[in-house]
Every structure is written in C-alpha cells, then in structure tokens.
Design a protein around this ligand. Sequence first.
Ligand code: TMP
Length: 207
Amino acid sequence: MSLFITFEGGEGCGKSTQAKALYRKLCQQGIPVVLTHEPGGTTLGNEIRKLLKRKQESSISPQAELLLFAASRVQLVAEVICPALEEGKVVICDRFAHSTLVYQGYGRGLDLTTVEMVNNLAVQNLNPDTVIFLDISPEQGLARKRAPKDRFELEDLSFHRRVREGYLKAAVADPNRWLVIDATLPKREIAKIVWGEISQLLSNLAL
Ligand code: TMP
C-alpha cells in the first residue's frame, strides 16, 4: 500500500517540521515509511543542494538552476523514491516537482511549458498522491527565517509573492490532490490536520 506524499510551501512555512512529525507518527503506527527531501536526499543531490543554496553562487543562470534541480530529482527518484514505493512503503518528500514549477517557473519567470517538460522528464510520470501545501504570506514566512540566509531566501518580496501565487494556482487546478493548510496555525493543529488526511487515505487504501 504505497503512498507518495509531498510537502510544499514558501520560505518559513514549517513544512520540514510537519514532514518530520508525519514521519514520526507513521513510524509509531508501525507503517513502513521513508522521509526524504529536495534538493538532496542522495550523495549527488546533497552536492547539488550545496551549490544551489550558497549565496556566492548568485551567477547560476535560471536555466542552469532548473536543470540542477532536475538532476537532483532524477537521482532521488531512481535511488530512493521508486525503490521505496515498489516495496510498498509510504514516501514523504519535503519538496518535489511543484517546487520547480513555482520557483523556477513563476519565481524566475521561465516558460511554464518548458519547466513542465523538464519536470516530466525528471519524474517519469511519478506524481504525488497528495500534496500538502502550507500556505503563508512571504512577509510572515521570511520573518521566521534567521540569518545566514540562502540564495532563495535572499530573493526580493516580489519573487516570493510569485512563488506563492504559483502554489495557489496549482492547488486550485488540482483540488483532489492538494491539501491547503494555513501555515500560521499552531504546529500541533497543523500536524492534526495532516494526520487526519493521511490516516483517512491509508484506511481507504487498506479497504
Ligand atoms: P529548503 O527545502 O531547505 O527550503 O531549500 C530549498 C530551496 O530551494 C528553497 O528555497 C526552494 C528552492 N527550490 C527551488 O527553487 N526549486 C526546486 O525545485 C526545489 C526542490 C527547491
């Protein structure tokens, strides 16, 4: 009963905390689960992550950035995500292809069709069963971030506003897959909403 869950959201939305909380909850229930993240999650991906987040790498072109995220994803899908799903595990991924759509497409302004093409090439038809989107205004999210800031956190407010707009559009376009949660709610309340959704999905799968 494999299930692929991704967490998405802008800077400071708390998705990593929630991804970890869900991972712990599933472990407690004895459900086989793998928690991973993007960019990274493999030896190659972790090297790419360092390059992409370092602020002195500000000369990376948007197209190179797109392909670096894609390269990290190809490796993660092949090495971690697909094998775990084939073993019937739940896979939780902290960011996935929707991050590329909104950061490189909406944020950087790359052509959305090109971004989708690259995404499709990288994921080979693998789509999350559920996308948990923690929605927060860029002002509130960025205020939660402490220095030193990475290359993305240092982008201006208009970049982060476009990212949020991209997420909201994607969520509206695919409401059955996306769960939108107000990221300003208390952490425990968010974790309860997430668990409510995932436990329901798991019991439907078990039927
Ligand atoms: P984070 O996961 O620690 O938030 O850092 C990853 C950063 O990289 C974050 O600012 C979002 C950005 N990002 C993209 O721009 N495109 C992508 O495809 C992914 C996965 C992340």
